[in-house]
Design a protein around this ligand. Sequence first.
Ligand code: 0GY
Length: 291
Amino acid sequence: MDKDYLPFHPNPSKPHYIPPPGAVDAHCHVFGPADRFPYAPERKYTPCDAPKETLFALRDFLGFSRNVIVQATCHGTDNRAMVDAMQSSGGRARGVASVHPDIGEPELEALNAAGVRGVRFNFVKRLVDFTPREVLLRVAQKIAPLGWHVVVYFEAPDLEELAPFFTALPTRVIVDHMGRPDVTKGTDHPDFQRFLALLDQHDNIWTKVSGAERLSISGPPAYEDFVPFARMAVERFPDRVLWGTDWPHPNLKTHMPDDGALVDVIPKIARTAALQQKLLVDNPMRLYWAP
Ligand code: 0GY
């Protein structure tokens, strides 16, 4: 398969917004290098290589201290690139893995020792083949004793069908990109209201207020149409929100965002220093660096 998406921004701008000390980029990826960490044969897209050195340089340039590296579908259940990055980070990166349903305890323990704190279940149909819910539930039951959580990624119209599965999970559940609302429909749309209600009713469910570059139609640099959605989640669930760059923005076909501009959206969605501290430091530290 040929490389089929744009390379990451070569020269992001320095953000005007300065994150609080200890800020965590809680959704980003490392890819390859393919000659060392090959992409999964079953992948639906091939990214450009996005090595750990570039991620860590970006972290420092944007004013962040730590990363949570999320396994993306293009690496399948081969977590070696992510594990290698965590092991090179001096304790400043944690990970969310994708695992084979038959994974054994020794392998889970090894991932835990390397810094993995969760598994990701992807329900986006363009990205993955279907896995039965009972198989995923068994994975969740296996990882729960480690204190790990489940990260879920899905499209807004699918929430109604998925919600009973999410609420049956025995762990914290973290929803990527607010469940991908259609931002042209406004925050009153039943899909987004269903998502908010789910978090209202289940205090083990958190969300990442990330993905401006994926969800916005108005686009960069301000991503205005994305802001009300993320602001609503931050203000309603201040202790259960995370933020991430999503670098290197895999599988984006239209534009490659300037990561500095993405950081400058943060003070529009978390409008006080107290909310920014929770979003960027306290919440991710509680979830990923708890003793
Ligand atoms: C993201 C979004 C995407 C890709 C993946 O695992 C993945 O391949 O999550 C996407 O295509 O929307 O957050 O990385």
